[in-house]
Structure formats: C-alpha cells, structure tokens
Design a protein around this ligand. Structure first.
Ligand code: SF4
Length: 648
C-alpha cells in the first residue's frame, strides 16, 4: 500500500490528477516538498512549522495531503478572505480534480448567527433602540422567518454596524446553552452540528483559540474531533492566543448584562423595585469607575493599590455581590433569569480575580475609551499554555505562513507558539528576485528621529515614483507619518498627476480596487496594509517603507515580555524586538512580488538597515533582492521594467 507521502507526490506530479484536472496547474518542486512534509506529519501525528515563500502554492501543499489522508481536518486561517477562498474556491476545485469528494463546512463565530432567544428578548423589551434600530429589528424578525442558516450575512439591507446586531446575536456569556427554550431550533447549535459531521472544517484563529482555551465562543468539541489541525497565516496566532488565555471584563459587557437582566426579569414577570434599585447601583458604580480613570483614552498600566480607580473597582464588585445576592431568591424562575444570575456571579469572580494579587506570569492593564473601559489580564507567555492544550490530544499540527523565520531562524515563533520540538521546514519562493526586483536604500537620509525625516524620505522617493509612473504603495509605521505624507502629496510636492489613495478615506477593499484600476495610483497605508494585501500584476511596481517597523513598547504584553527577558538575563532587543521587527518588514516588503511575472522595487528609506550592525538581521529576513544605493540606477531599473511590461 502506498504511503500518504507517495499518494500526494503522485497527485501533484506532471501527469497527476491536479495537472490534468486544474486549469493552469504546474507542478512546483517547493510545493511538492512541502506536501511531502505535511503528509509525513499527518502520518506521524507530529508538529510541523513550515515557512513557505510567496508563490510556493502552500494552500494546495497542505490541502492535498489533508484531503488524501481521509482524516478529520480543521483548517484555521487568520483572515475572512482566506477562509472564504478555501471554502468557496480551493477546496471544491481540489476535491473535483482529485476525485476525492469531501464534506466541507465553514464555521463562523457565534456572533455571525441569529440568536432566536435574544431576538425574542429584544422584541419584548426594545428599550434603548433608536427609530432606525426598531425598523431594523422588524426586518430581522421577518428575515428570521425565512432563513435556514441564520447567518447574518444573508440579512442584506441591515448595516453591519447596526445597533440591532448585538441585541439579536449571542456571546458565550449570554447564551443559555441547553437550558434555552430555543435550543432545538438554534442556528448556532445547528451550524456546529453540521460542522462536526464534516470531513474538513474551515474556521478562523479566533474560533480555534476559543475552542482550545475552552472559552468564550469555543465549545470544546472542534479539536477533540480533529485528527489534523492546519493553521495557515500562523504568524498571527500568537497574539490571538495570548488574548484567549487571559481574562477580561468590560464596562460594555456589564452594561449589556444589566440590560439583559431587565429584559429577562420583565419576560419572567420578576422585575421589581428591588432589582431596579440594585441594577441602578451597579450602573452608578460603573459610571464612577470610568470617571476615576480620567479623560485620557488608550491603554494604561494597572492602577496603583489604594488609589481612586482601585477603590472604584472594589465598590463595583461590592454592588455586583449585592445584586448576585438578590438574584439567588429568583433561582429556577426561568432559564433566562438563571442565565443572567450566573453571568452576574461570573463577573464577580472575574473582577475579583483580576483585581486580586498580581500574578508574575500574567500582565494586567486597562483599556480606556471615551465612555467605557476594559480590565484585562493575559499571560506574559502563552507558549506553554498552548503546548499543554495541544498535547492533550495526539493530533497532527501543521503551522504555516510566508513569514515565520528570520534568516532561517524560527526560534521567536517557536517560543511564542510553544513549538520548540516541532519539525521545521523553509521553502524558498520560486520567484526570480535577483532578476525581477531591487532593494533600494537611499543615501544621505538622516535617521528617523530627525524632525523633517518623513518629508526628506518622501523627497528621496520622487525619482523612483517618476520612473514607475505611480503603481506605488507607501507603507508607514505610524498614523502620524501617514498623515504627514498625505499632506505632502496633497500640497502638490509630487507633481505628476498621481491618483492619491489614503488609508482611512475609504474602506480598504475600495481603496485597493481603485489602486488596481487607476493608471498612476499612489496608495498610502499603515497597519493592516502591511500584510494580507495581494495586488498581482503590473498595478504594483514600487513598495516604499518609511522606517524599520520596531514596535513601540506601549503594548503591556510586549512590555512584560521585554521585562521577562531582561529579568532572565536575556537581551530583549536581540531576542524579541529585532526579530519581530524583521518579520514585520518581511511582511511589508512581501507586498511587491505576488506572482511569478511581477517585478519592481522595494525601497526602505531608513538608513539604519545599512548603517547599524543589526541591519544585517533585517537584510537576512528579506527575499534575495539585489541591494541598490543609487537612485538613478534604480529608477533606470524601474523604467526598463515598465518598458518590458508595455512591450509584452
Ligand atoms: S442556545 Fe444560545 S444562541 Fe441558541 S438561541 Fe438559545 S441563547 Fe441563542
């Protein structure tokens, strides 16, 4: 009998079913190598970490062995786009081509499904809904009568950010579970049952982690049912995991709880003066706590012991305890009231845990918004918790992404995901970087701390922009630099009739569509434009990066990780900040070459990449683009590339 490795090798051969059945499929050695490694990991039920350079065809490299294994598979992705692409395009095409029918399910988080119980509550007690909200609630009600799936994406005509959605969808907190009178017809339950019957379930990291951590949206059944778990875009998993292994309580959550208490109380005929008084006291304590946090919004360190904020949190807990006490008298009145009572008790428990004695393995902080706040804690290092949960079951775990290693070194990602013992594989991109691309670092620019840095960096890019005739992404590390650049372009500093597209002016999808269509487009972006943006073909020929993307250590988790490294005698800059920045740079630079025919220039304005000793680490992380320092030479390269493109 053939092994899974051989079966996959044959499927991906030049005369195999993929080549025969998939239009445009061409065997690629890197892809077959990765498929072999994945097949081997599935057979041995081991853990594999694969960095697959752009163009490897990694999706097929893991889907083919997964499908041919005949085992139950969970595929997790970081973005909705990839989730949809796998479900609607790649998996159907592959199963057809290979003649291997498989039952595939796409499972979304519970917030994507209508909650029949909460819709009933909202109809019963629509307090707080605006006129538009009431109209939308009526629409939800009539849609609810016809939908089979309860997937809110079907309910067109109701805006995604409508205030009605949180009122008619559930969270783990407010779901009544099997005690719910609507349990038999529940859309969330049905979607999960269907998913669990499938051979392949496509989920997102959020759902995967919730399941793994047995928290929030998780229902703890997904992973026990899986023989193979494949995590694509695995570079995003550590941050998601960290949040899931932590605890949080938000003032919005508590306000919603008080609203649900009123609605459930009214529905059960138990809403009385006493309940109204005690919920009112909790509301006041919430408002008082927010007040003590002051006007400044953003992230803040955990409050000092004995201060106003801490005292306000204590009062909030006391008021919740009083409310929980009153609710014991209503025990067994209705599943809804019982559900709310257990949420009140849970909130007391979480708040007490959060505000208790500091745990050295956890970091605590507060997030403040204009009218609300969240109290949070998370593990400094989620790797051990992830490893422990994974080891509970002997499944095969495959993690992949185009960005996992710095110069072949996986140690940062291994530590963050608890994958110290995993097998490692790097698959180089098949693209011809030496011939089709250049890395440009301009000469004569000051370090980014200089006051006029952004303007001077932009000025240095003008010859390139002229040579490329637009088709340029400018990626910034801060919103401030982005705004400065937008002003610079709008003031006409770059004459040339460019179509300027600025992040924030329009939704990302629209900006990208306009970028592809406009002949001389220049797009300015930060944050989410550094990754997951896929502009293939000649529309994108120049990627400019303003500075090396070192994270500013205002993130409490990052700060705690740096402290931990220092305390352990390590070098936090070398061990954490530098490799993380190098991975981020690799992501940003990776926007340029998305297809084998793509060509162009990545320009990194920050002189530290060549002037500092650590610059070598960044250079080692990048694809093998020849380094060029002369603006005229690189402009010539761009002009030639343009000419080749026009001639072809
Ligand atoms: S079981 Fe939960 S999600 Fe389903 S209808 Fe009831 S409350 Fe809503």
């Amino acid at each position: 009998m053939s092994s899974l490795v051989e079966i996959c090798d044959n499927a991906m051969a030049a005369d195999g079913p993929l080549a025969m059945g998939l239009p445009g499929y061409a065997p690629r050695s890197g892809q077959r190598g990765m498929a072999r490694a994945v097949a081997d990991a599935i057979e041995r039920r081991s853990q594999l970490l694969v960095e697959a350079g752009t163009g490897t065809g990694k999706t097929f490299a893991y889907l083919v062995p997964a499908l041919m294994s005949g085992r139950r598979v969970v595929v997790s992705t970081g973005t909705r786009n990839l989730q949809d692409q796998l479900f609607a395009r790649d998996l159907p095409a592959l199963t057809r081509a290979m003649g291997a029918p498989a039952d595939v399910a796409l499972l979304k988080g519970r917030g994507n499904y209508l909650c029949l119980h909460r819709m009933q509550l909202a109809l019963e007690d629509p307090a707080g809904l605006t006129r538009a909200g009431l109209r939308e609630l009526a629409r939800v009600r009539s849609w609810a009568e016809t939908t089979r799936t309860g997937d809110v994406a079907e309910a067109t005509g109701i805006p995604e950010d409508s205030i009605v959605w949180p009122r008619v969808t559930s969270t783990t907190d407010n779901c009544l579970g099997s005690a719910c009178p609507q349990w038999q017809d529940c859309h969330v339950v049905r979607a999960r049952r269907e998913a669990l019957r499938a051979d392949v379930i496509v989920v997102n990291h959020h759902l995967l982690m919730a399941d793994l951590a047995l928290k929030e949206e998780g229902f703890g059944e997904l992973l026990p049912a899986a023989d193979v778990v494949i995590v694509d875009e695995a570079h995003q998993l550590a941050d998601v995991a960290t949040r899931f292994f932590g605890t949080s309580v938000s003032s919005r959550q508590l306000s919603q709880l008080l609203g649900d208490l009123r609605a459930e109380g009214l529905l059960a005929g138990a809403w009385d003066e006493g309940l109204a008084r005690d919920t009112g006291s909790v509301e006041k304590a919430l408002a008082r706590t927010r007040e003590t946090m002051g006007r400044d919004t953003g992230r803040r360190a955990w409050p000092a012991p004995g201060g106003n904020v801490e005292q306000a949190i204590e009062t909030l807990i006391d008021e919740l305890v009083v409310l929980a006490g009153r609710m014991t008298a209503l025990d067994g009145l209705s599943p809804g009231v019982d559900g709310v009572a257990s949420r009140v008790a849970q909130s007391v428990e979480r708040l007490t845990r959060l505000s208790g004695k500091a745990d050295p393995d956890q970091v605590r902080w507060i997030e403040i918004w204009p009218r609300s706040f969240t109290l949070q804690c998370a593990p400094v290092d989620a790797g051990p918790a992830l490893a422990a949960r994974r080891d509970e079951r002997p499944s095969a775990w495959i993690f992949t992404s185009a960005t996992l290693a710095v110069g072949g070194d996986f140690s940062l990602v291994q530590a963050r995901l608890g994958l110290e013992d995993a097998d490692l594989l790097s698959v180089d991109s098949p693209f011809d970087y030496p011939r089709r691309s250049r890395l440009f670092v301009p000469s004569g620019l000051p370090e980014p701390a200089a006051r006029d840095y952004t303007q001077r960096a932009l000025g240095a890019m003008l010859p390139l922009l002229e040579a490329s005739g637009g088709g340029a992404f400018f990626l910034f590390t801060s919103h401030r630099a982005l705004r400065e650049a937008a002003d610079w372009f709008r003031a006409g500093a770059a004459a040339g009739g460019y179509t300027l597209l600025v992040q924030g002016d329009e939704p990302k999808d629209i900006l990208l569509r306009r970028f592809r269509d406009a002949p001389r487009a220049v797009l300015l972006g930060t944050g989410s434009f550094w990754e997951g943006v896929d502009v293939r073909g000649p529309a994108l020929r120049l990627v400019v990066i303003d500075r090396l993307p070192f994270a500013v250590p205002d993130d409490p988790i990052l700060e705690a990780r740096l402290d931990r490294s220092r305390e352990n005698g390590g070098n936090p800059f070398r061990e954490i900040q530098l490799p993380e920045a190098a991975l981020a740079l690799k992501q940003g630079a990776g926007r340029l070459m998305r297809d084998v025919e793509d060509q162009g220039v990545v320009a990194i304005c920050d002189p530290r990449i060549v002037g500092k000793s650590y610059g070598r680490v960044f250079l080692s992380a990048l694809s093998p683009m020849p380094l060029e320092r002369d603006a005229q030479a690189v402009a010539g390269f761009l002009a030639e590339a343009q000419a080749r493109e026009m001639a072809s």
